[in-house]
Ligand binder design. Sequence first.
Ligand SMILES: C[S@@+](CC[C@H](N)C(=O)[O-])C[C@H]1O[C@@H](n2cnc3c(N)ncnc32)[C@H](O)[C@@H]1O
Length: 351
Amino acid sequence: MRKGVRRSGKQARKSRPTRLRAFRPNTKSGMWATGDISKTGIVFDADGTRVPHPIPYQGSKRNLSSQILSYFPNHISTLIEPFVGSGAITLAAAVRGLAENYHLNDLNAPLVELWRTIIEEPNKLAKKYETIWHEQHADRREYYCEVRNEFNHTRKPHHFLYLLARCVKASVRYNSKGEFNQSPDNRRMGAMPSTMRDHVLGASYLLRGKAKCTAEDYKTLVQRASAEDLVYMDPPYQGVSGDRDSRYLRGVPFDEFVEVLRDLNKRQISYIVSYDGRTGDKIHGRTLPHTLQLKHIELAAGRSSQETLLGRTAVTYESLYLSPALEKRLGPSRTHCKATVEQLVLLGASR
Ligand SMILES: C[S@@+](CC[C@H](N)C(=O)[O-])C[C@H]1O[C@@H](n2cnc3c(N)ncnc32)[C@H](O)[C@@H]1O
């Protein structure tokens, strides 16, 4: 059974969005405005900036994006994201015009194809998502399984977008044969077609003509970074990193990662790494070694839902590491003052 086939006549007319909303820059505030977008669930960063976010994704850095961006240097030739996932940092940077170009990379090839389609064929993708979304209603569970089967044969981007919008915790999982095997969350219908259209068109507006999408291993990609670029790395959590991992196809072994960072240091590349962190006193994963001479900053990420459920108050902190070349590029006023404020906030929050 083919999914996402365009229907004709009355049915198709019924499902058409009432009107298209085009993203356009609000020149006064420097933010992006879109008609009555606030009603459609468009994402706001912590500092109130509107950012499109078309791909639902577990582990997205959306909530920390404005804190992370505050460590970006002024002139970036290309912002390189070797572990792009849902591209929360790339999109937040593009909204603020922080880089001339953007390189989106992920080892998950269907995800990269989805990114390419979002950027190059947004209208087509939004239309296909709309069709598929309306087709699901007779039996959502059954429909999801059919789309998942079809995706495992064809790897079509609109099927993947629908699966991510409907699956448990928006969490990508593959079996040992490389087939997507995540279950549906039957409480989720997936974003409304009009909302998805806004996010897809917004992302395309921001990145078209400035973005390159690749599906390489991060190690080969970062070898091409230059001194004017910034590399932002958010590898899979160490808890899920091994030689093969069901969520990410392949993990990132700790020792290998440290060697890659050492090489970037030798080449004086500016980079930022998000790498695990802690909840209260409990440290998640290994911290990066002092020999790399990175600046370690902790970002308060709030209380985890797990902790809240257990009635605990422990706050989760995510670790951010700045490379020596980046620290030099930012200068003492940017790193020292900022980091001190983060630490003071932490001291207050952990009391
Ligand atoms: C924690 S997620 C990144 C989330 C992202 N920062 C966001 O905001 O959505 C890690 C990503 O790394 C990708 N990945 C895993 N191993 C990789 C590798 N060796 N090279 C490149 N990407 C890899 C996974 O497919 C996954 O999308």
